[in-house]
Design a protein around this ligand. Sequence first.
Ligand code: AMP
Length: 204
Amino acid sequence: MVASARSCNPVRIVFIGPPGAGKGTQCRRLSRELAIPHISSGEMLRATRDDSTLGELVASYIDGGQLAPDDLMMQFIIERLRQPDCDSGYLLDGFPRTVNQAEMLTAYLSERDQRIDSVVNLILHEDVLVQRLLARAGVEGRADDTPETIQARLKVFRDRTEPVLGYYRNCGIVIDVDAAGTPDEVFGSICGSLRSSDGESPQG
Ligand code: AMP
């Protein structure tokens, strides 16, 4: 399948989608399939939550449903991308979330003669997103899955992250995927689209 997408060269894929669209679920699966790391910016930030000054600062952004500052986020990402396991490519889940972050990522990659190959855009109606996030709150107990914070995060997505799609559409690398199906169906769509964008027949 999509394994062909990384048979010769490293493949670097960005996942964009509103909270609750299934980025984490799909990235975990694709990461296994392609044997490349899944880098979740949200997970990275949650891992820094502690009683240090930085940890408390990060927690205040997450708990308020607001974005951490671009420069701080970029520092975390660069540190992660420097790890040797990223030489074979990676999936970025939740980064970049602003046009400024996307520009910083492009600049960082360009200096190394690298680029993002594909951007998977997971599309789902807001009503369904809210239902999913509230259901997840019951299971995972994430502090930012409350009704108020969910609304704040959706607004941040509309205002700050949707323009990132425009940025990547100008590069012609965005793959739009309907995220309303089951995880298996959505995964099938992602793989089919990545194969097509890689120049292969979707059945190949
Ligand atoms: P996520 O797990 O991707 O839903 O991210 C959880 C929270 O982490 C977000 O609501 C933001 O507060 C923060 N966050 C994650 N990724 C970024 C990013 N690229 N830029 C700024 N803040 C981020």
